[in-house]
Design a protein around this ligand. Structure first.
Ligand code: X2X
Length: 344
């Protein structure tokens, strides 16, 4: 009897020791992790996700398998809910646009301040410097683990009606804008008639003519052949550029060993760098072949002179001032200084 009791308590001890040590030895890994993306692999954004997933699988020797969910399909296409879904664990990881997460993380509106970033060097000065670090601290506090930067790109405006050279040309034009309110403010300030909708809803709205125009990086124009849905006019104005951010849900991150965390982070950094090169291809060369390709599709391409551009800067300035307070004046000042002293 005594021996039996002794044996039972020994067994209980063994069980509790193994329960205690088990997570450290082999954390609970899921068979598959779910990565959310708005755009799929034909686009640079989709490539960012694909490259990250492939590098992670290879470098963790298959311990971490990631499936891509483009079209934000885990949240039925409602891209402005992506950040909340990430925090809640509906999504395990994402390569997401600062625009779509701005409703939850107000500092991310920084990248949507009109005409803050005049060129690619300006984007880099923000994402690769102190501003980028502050944004990552903010994201960490907001409940996700930020790992690396990628790029959606400069957003250019296209439409089915006429060439846009001045704000007057936009007057009354129905423009699809993303679900982040600063975009409605900007297009209203320019005299257009902005309509907020998800990217999923934007495509049929363009085809049916329910909206006259849209704004997005040019690779999307080419991939979707937007000239076939009536988008005959393109203006290159570079008013905003949206970076992408590679993130992981906090609980998922904590479930991985430190060695795997390091592999996932380095893979995100490497995939981000590679994707930024892809996103800029055809746009940074002196002859900008992407514009030529689009013109060859029968689209009228307008490039603004410095004075023409200035007219857009001027009408959107009140929007900049209003949103500067939402983003935080100190962060905006730091960003303006970083842009002013950028290496060109
Ligand atoms: O909805 C858009 O315009 C897109 C695809 O660029 C974003 O997700 C921000």
């Amino acid at each position: 009897m005594k021996l039996r009791r002794h044996l039972i308590s020994l067994l209980a001890l063994a069980a509790s020791v193994s329960a205690f040590t088990a997570p450290a030895v082999a954390a609970e890994y899921k068979a598959e992790y779910r990565m959310s993306l708005v755009l799929g692999p034909p686009t640079p954004w989709g490539q960012a996700g694909k490259l990250w997933a492939e590098m992670v699988k290879e470098r963790t020797q298959g311990r971490i398998n990631i499936k891509l969910y483009p079209g934000v399909s885990l949240i039925q296409g409602d891209q402005t809910r992506e950040f909340s879904a990430l925090r809640q664990g509906v999504i395990d990881m994402a390569v997401g646009s600062t625009i779509n997460w701005s409703p939850q993380v107000k500092e991310l509106n920084l990248f949507s301040l009109p005409f803050l970033m005049p060129d690619y060097a300006a984007i880099d000065a923000l994402t690769q410097g102190g501003v980028g670090k502050k944004i990552f601290t903010t994201l960490d506090k907001a409940g996700v683990v930020p790992l690396a930067w990628g790029e959606n790109g400069f957003r250019e405006v296209t439409n089915s009606k006429r060439s846009i050279k001045s704000p007057a040309d936009l007057k009354g034009m129905k423009i699809r804008v993303v679900g982040s309110p600063i975009y409605s403010d900007m297009f209203s300030a320019m005299g257009a008639n902005p309509t907020q909708m998800s990217w999923a809803d934007a495509q049929p709205a363009l085809s049916s003519g329910a909206v006259d125009g849209q704004e997005n990086p040019l690779f999307l124009f080419t991939v979707l052949k937007m000239q076939n849905v009536g988008q005959k006019f393109l203006t290159s104005w570079g008013y905003v550029a949206d970076p992408l951010i590679f993130v992981v849900n906090k609980d998922i991150w904590a479930s991985w060993t430190p060695a795997d965390q390091a592999l996932v982070k380095q893979a995100a950094i490497d995939a981000g760098k590679a994707e930024i090169v892809i996103a800029r291809k055809g746009l940074i060369e002196a002859d900008k072949p992407v514009f030529k390709d689009i013109a060859a599709m029968g689209v009228t391409v307008t490039t603004l002179s410095a004075e023409e551009r200035e007219a857009f800067v001027k009408v959107t300035r009140p929007v900049y001032e209003k949103w500067k307070n939402t983003v935080g004046p100190a962060l905006v000042k730091e960003a303006e200084d970083a842009v002013a002293s950028r290496k060109k």
